[in-house]
Write a protein that binds this ligand. Structure first.
Ligand code: DX5
Ligand code: ZN
Length: 220
């Protein structure tokens, strides 16, 4: 992928001013909206569900990158397609029939993503990498924004990049958790294509500038 992408995570937005924050992202140089769906079972937190995603979809003018931190995601693939999701990412750890799940996501016209928790080894994707459009490497334990970046992520990105090249796959690599101007450049150098940033963007006094600077750093 030539241009490296920035995906602000709406989990860190002000939910009482969600439309304002969505418009900010629309007007910024951000590429995607990252949307975190948590069920309180796969992760120890509940974020928001379908009615909120429907409302986001009415205002968001960029790619909807939906990250499902839920058990049994197969039940909701069609629903998330109908709500306008462009990329649908499920967790490796939540999918006993991952290959089938990937086919079902693509059959609904979406890009198929697979996310790996920090403890999940890259080698487990050996047999599915050619069927995966995007791998999302968790650089924190999923469930909460605002956590510290796990340094071992760089090594995982390099391993994943090597696997993609060895298999001749066209999979892109997304990083999620603790992304800031301190690690963006090194992540891209390791092989990342898309950087998710929640707190770093939405806690900024000047989020449009922060997105612009992060994007410039990722593409420098
Ligand atoms: C965590 C979510 C992330 C989160 C990132 O489970 O998947 O997308 O919003 O937030 P920051 O950038 O604050 O770590
Ligand atoms: Zn996420």
């Amino acid at each position: 992928m030539s241009s490296k992408l920035i995906a602000p995570s709406l989990l860190a937005a002000d939910f009482a001013n969600l439309q304002r924050d969505i418009e900010m992202v629309n007007q910024s140089e951000a590429d995607w909206f990252h949307i975190d769906i948590m069920d309180g079972v796969f992760v120890p937190n509940i974020s928001f569900g379908m009615p909120v995603l429907e409302a986001i979809g009415r205002h968001a003018k960029k790619t909807l990158d939906v990250h499902l931190m839920i058990v049994d995601p197969d039940r909701y693939i069609k629903t998330f397609a109908d709500l306008g999701s462009n990329v649908l990412t499920v967790h490796y750890e939540a999918c006993p029939h991952l290959h089938r799940t990937l086919q079902a996501i693509k059959a609904e016209g979406m890009k198929a993503g697979v996310s790996l928790n920090p403890h999940t080894n890259i080698s487990l994707l050996e047999d599915t990498i050619n069927d995966i459009d995007l791998v999302l490497i968790m650089s924190v334990n999923p469930g909460f924004g605002g956590q510290s970046f796990i340094e071992n992520t760089y090594e995982k990105v390099k391993q994943l990049k090597a696997l993609i090249e060895r298999k001749g796959a066209s999979t892109i690599i997304e990083i999620d958790g603790g992304v800031t101007n301190k690690n963006a450049k090194a992540l891209v150098e390791a092989g990342a294509d898309v950087l998710v940033a929640g707190s770093y963007v939405f806690k900024s006094e000047t989020p449009i500038e922060t997105i612009k600077d992060l994007r410039a750093l990722a593409n420098s």
